[in-house]
Design a protein around this ligand. Sequence first.
Ligand SMILES: [Fe+2]
Length: 204
Amino acid sequence: MSLKEVLVDELKDLYSAENQLVKALPKIVKACEDEELAESINQHLEETKGHVERLQRVFEQLGEKPTGKLCKGMEGLVEEGKEVIEQGEEAPFGDLMITGAASRVEHYEIAGYTSVIEIARGLGEDEIVDLLTETLEEEEAANEKLAAKAKELIGEAAEMSEDEDVETVSEEDEAGEASMTRKQTPHTSKTSPKKPSRGKSRAA
Ligand SMILES: [Fe+2]
C-alpha cells in the first residue's frame, strides 16, 4: 500500500459521509423548532453540497474515482440523529438534542478532514491541502455555531428545569423519575438548585 492509496481510501470515506449528510440534513432542519438553529443547519447543508463538489475536484486531481466506500461512522451518526428526531421532544430539549447529534457529526468530519489534510501535506499535494482546508474551516465554523446555540438552549432548559424543581415529588413520580433522583429532596440537596429534574432527564 502507498501513502496515496491511504489518502484515496480516507477521501472515499469522507465522500460517502458528505453524501449521506446531504440526504439527512433536510430532515434535521425540518425537525428544529428554533428558527436560528434550523437556519444554521440549512446553511451548513448548502456548504455540505460544496464539500461534495470539492471532494470531486480532489479526486479529479488525483485521477481517482470517489465511489466504492460506505462511511459506517456517518451512517451510525445519521441513525442517531434520526432517533433524536423520532423522539420528538419539545423545545428547548429536542433542539438541544439535535445540537448534540449535529455536533457529533461535525467533530467526526473535523477528524476526517484533519487526517486527510495531513496525508495530502505529506504527499506534497499543496492544492489538495488548500481545498480540503477550506472545507475543514467551514466544518469548524459550523461546529462553533452549534456550540453557541447549545449554550443558549442549555440556559433555557436549565431555567425550565429549575421551575420544575418547585413541583411536587408526586409529579416526578408521574414522569417515571428514578428513585435515586427523588431521594434528592430539597432539604438533602447541598448543592445548587439545578439538581436533576424532569426537564433535564428528558434532555439526557
Ligand atoms: Fe462537510
